[in-house]
Design a protein around this ligand. Structure first.
Ligand SMILES: NC(=O)c1ccc[n+]([C@@H]2O[C@H](COP(=O)([O-])OP(=O)(O)OC[C@H]3O[C@@H](n4cnc5c(N)ncnc54)[C@H](O)[C@@H]3O)[C@@H](O)[C@H]2O)c1
Length: 238
């Protein structure tokens, strides 16, 4: 799981451990990673790797290490992501490139590195965490929205390409979910303002996103592949 030290990532790890899964936690933030791992370690088997998912060699090595340490690999979740709010006229191309490198290419790197161990397991499931912002445009977020829309389409292509190996691939598209990243990008808005855009008149919780991902990874979701599931309280149509 990439982005495992973050708000949604950590909730996913807790939910996977509750299902008796063993989990590899990948994140670039060593401090948050160690804190999350020590809080969760009593609940099941965890292996921890700090890395930047834009670094190909580090990703390949981390996935190899995880598959060895956990006796194989049958699921991948990409939660690592970054955001930036800025008017299009002021687009900083270095920031644009970084957002694409993490949100889109980074997720694909992790998927590709996990392919051989998943093939060896005889089955596999991928869940890439995109965003409601990949389905519906938001002002001043061109790089973020484009990276998440790209991740949704890339995931659909993986669903086609990998079906022959028994590997499913789906995207989850959360709406506003209460995490550090979300609060960082609230700007001048308040949670009360944000809620008004949601049919359910509230923002989501990390455990609601995690529960959806647990389902998509499970055998109960065995006929679901290539979907982009909005978990967003009705944001995309409201
Ligand atoms: N919170 C929301 O409202 C919301 C809504 C829609 C989509 N999302 C998406 O869900 C995912 C998780 O978001 P979150 O709210 O938990 O954010 P978060 O900032 O709490 O977690 C993201 C994690 O990704 C890690 N990360 C960032 N760049 C990385 C890199 N290059 N290599 C390795 N790790 C890296 C960070 O260290 C962090 O721990 C993101 O992809 C985000 O775009 C979040």
């Amino acid at each position: 799981m990439s982005g495992a030290a973050g708000g949604i990532g950590r909730a996913c790890v807790a939910a996977f451990l509750a299902e008796n899964a063993s989990v590899a936690m990948l994140d670039r933030d060593r401090k948050r990673l160690d804190r999350a791992a020590s809080e969760l370690s009593g609940h099941g088997k965890i292996t921890v790797v700090d890395l930047d998912i834009t670094n190909e060699a580090a990703v390949v090595e981390a996935v190899r290490h995880a598959a060895r340490d956990l006796d194989g690999l049958d699921g991948v979740v990409n939660s690592a992501g970054i955001d930036r709010v800025e008017p299009f006229e002021e687009t900083d191309w270095a920031v644009w490139d970084r957002i694409m490198a993490v949100n889109l290419t980074g997720a694909m790197r992790v998927c590709r590195a996990a392919l051989e161990p998943m093939k060896a397991s005889g089955k596999g499931a991928i869940v890439n965490i995109a965003s409601a912002a990949g389905l519906r445009p938001l002002n001043d977020r061109v790089a973020y929205c484009a990276s998440k829309a790209g991740l949704i389409m890339a995931t659909k292509v993986l669903a086609l390409d990998l079906a022959k190996h028994g590997i499913r691939a789906n995207a989850v598209c959360p709406g506003a979910t209460d995490t550090e990243l979300f609060r960082q990008y609230l700007g001048d808005a308040t949670i009360e303002d944000v809620k008004t855009h949601y049919a359910l008149n509230r923002i989501g919780t990390t455990s609601e996103i995690a529960a959806t991902i647990v389902f998509l990874l499970s055998d109960e979701a065995g006929f679901i592949t290539g979907s982009a599931l909005a978990v967003d309280g009705g944001r995309v149509f409201h």
